[in-house]
Design a binder for this molecule. Structure first.
Ligand SMILES: [Cu+2]
Length: 126
């Protein structure tokens, strides 16, 4: 019983260690659906890089277009390089991972596909 109670404390300490050693300590996930981002509001702590994990769970192509990608490097295992004309393009079932190290701020994200104008979200680094 006592061990169970201490486990969260140990995990919390491990996360702090990772932040201190300059590795990404947090993964934030965004799923695209037909036709929305889940979630459409993300909050991330400033000061340490994080992994932005994108996944297209929809049946259509979607995009994750955001100024925050200017601070990201693609970490996906796929060899496709970042397409500057359509950064964050996600085919159905495809995932992309970026390591992001961005200054505090509010970064909008959206999908620019025709008819997907309602697909928007906000990433807040605070
Ligand atoms: Cu879309």
């Amino acid at each position: 019983m006592a061990a169970g109670r201490f486990l969260p404390l140990v995990c919390g300490t491990a996360l702090l260690c990772c932040a201190a050693c300059d590795g990404p300590s947090e993964t934030v996930s965004v799923t695209t659906e037909d036709y929305r981002f889940v979630p459409n509001v993300l909050r991330v702590k400033a000061g340490s890089p994080f992994i932005l994990a994108l996944y297209n769970a929809g049946r259509e192509d979607h995009e994750f277009v955001s100024p925050v990608l200017a601070y990201g490097t693609e970490k996906s295992g796929e060899t496709m390089t970042l397409d500057t004309a359509a950064p964050g393009l996600l085919k159905p079932g495809r995932s992309l991972r970026f390591q992001v190290s961005a200054p505090p701020g509010t970064y909008l994200y959206s999908c620019r596909r025709k008819g997907h104008a309602n697909m928007t979200g906000t990433l807040i680094i605070e």
